[in-house]
Design a protein around this ligand. Sequence first.
Ligand SMILES: *Cc1c(COP(=O)(O)O)cnc(C)c1O
Length: 409
Amino acid sequence: MPRFNESYLNLNQSYLFAEIRRRTKVFIDAHPDVRLIDLGVGDVTQPLPPAVVRAIHEAADDMARRETFRGYGPYVGYEFLRAEIAAHDFGARGVKIAVDEVFVSDGGKSDSANLQEIFAPDAVIALLDPVYPVYADSNVVAGRTGPADESGRYAGIVYLPCTADNSFQPALPDRHVDLIYLCYPNNPTGAVVTRDALRRWVDYARAEDAVILYDAAYEAYVVDTDVPHSIYEIDGARQVAIECRSFSKNAGFTGMRLAYTVVPKELRGRAADGKSMSLNALWARRTAIKSNGPPYIIQKAAAAVYTPDGQKQVRALIDFYMQNARIIGAGLAAAGFTVYGGRNAPYIWVRTPPSVSSWDFFDRVLGEAHVVGAPGSGFGPSGEGYFRLTAFGSRRETEEAIERIKTRL
Ligand SMILES: *Cc1c(COP(=O)(O)O)cnc(C)c1O
């Protein structure tokens, strides 16, 4: 038998959403007549914007004609899409990003999991806690962390707790770290970072020769003017930050698969012998080895997001989900729960009642309100005592879910 990568044995129990599905299935099997409402897994429910659908049809027709057929595309994505990204997502906000700093991919999940590959095996990782599980797990299987302790913490990871006690604003690491994963607006807490607070992170990274991996998957949900849309709004960030974005949560591309990562050319890494290397060049090399780029049809669909119709339709989608967020937040607050998030983010982070654990509250909401949420502890040890609901449901189901929680819990 071959030896396998034993770092996989260091992963925490089961993947959070697999355990949610398992418990949900046990409940359904025992109560087949109950109609569950799922506000747990963060998946969108509204159909694609019409401008996007039109572009899919047109691109399919391109593929049907010899003259316009496309085979392999550029590893890093088509220039027609990268140019739209650079112009609209950054240029329009006064941030200069060059087309060859944009790397198009099939997902923010894959990008945020894969970026660690271009850093040293002994790089020290810092993570917000709680946070999107992908950052930790990708470093666990890369062998950077060793096994977890009973609380689920890895000795090889520097945790930055985000709880109500610090208003979900973590302190800077108290030791040197090499890689810092920041996710704002945050999944799962719905917290945001102000421009001033983000400047402290950029200054820290510059002082420590660290790199910030900035996951801005929920950028489109930002409404407050003191909250940045991109880390590159902060002076000096081009020397220290990589930013990931996705079309999943703004344009409903969770089933389409399209995202991108920005690696500025100023960003450099160093070898043990002191030689330095452009991380943009390194990521381009890595992409050339491992990808032939996302499908042409999907990239055409994404480009349609930047048309005037596409922009209007995406805005309407986000407004729709944010109205759900208000319904959930206001409804639970009226029912006496302490709620956070839901203002610049499609997640509502609920305090569980005193001495009720996240998983016990999950079971209670499932058993009594027949609503599926996500236990905070699944996102990291500091998520214990919290519970996440998403604003991505339909309006009718969202309203009914909150009504049930209000009356039955
Ligand atoms: C949904 C999400 C993404 C985007 O995932 P895709 O793979 O692009 O669908 C990235 N980061 C976070 C934190 C997310 O919640």
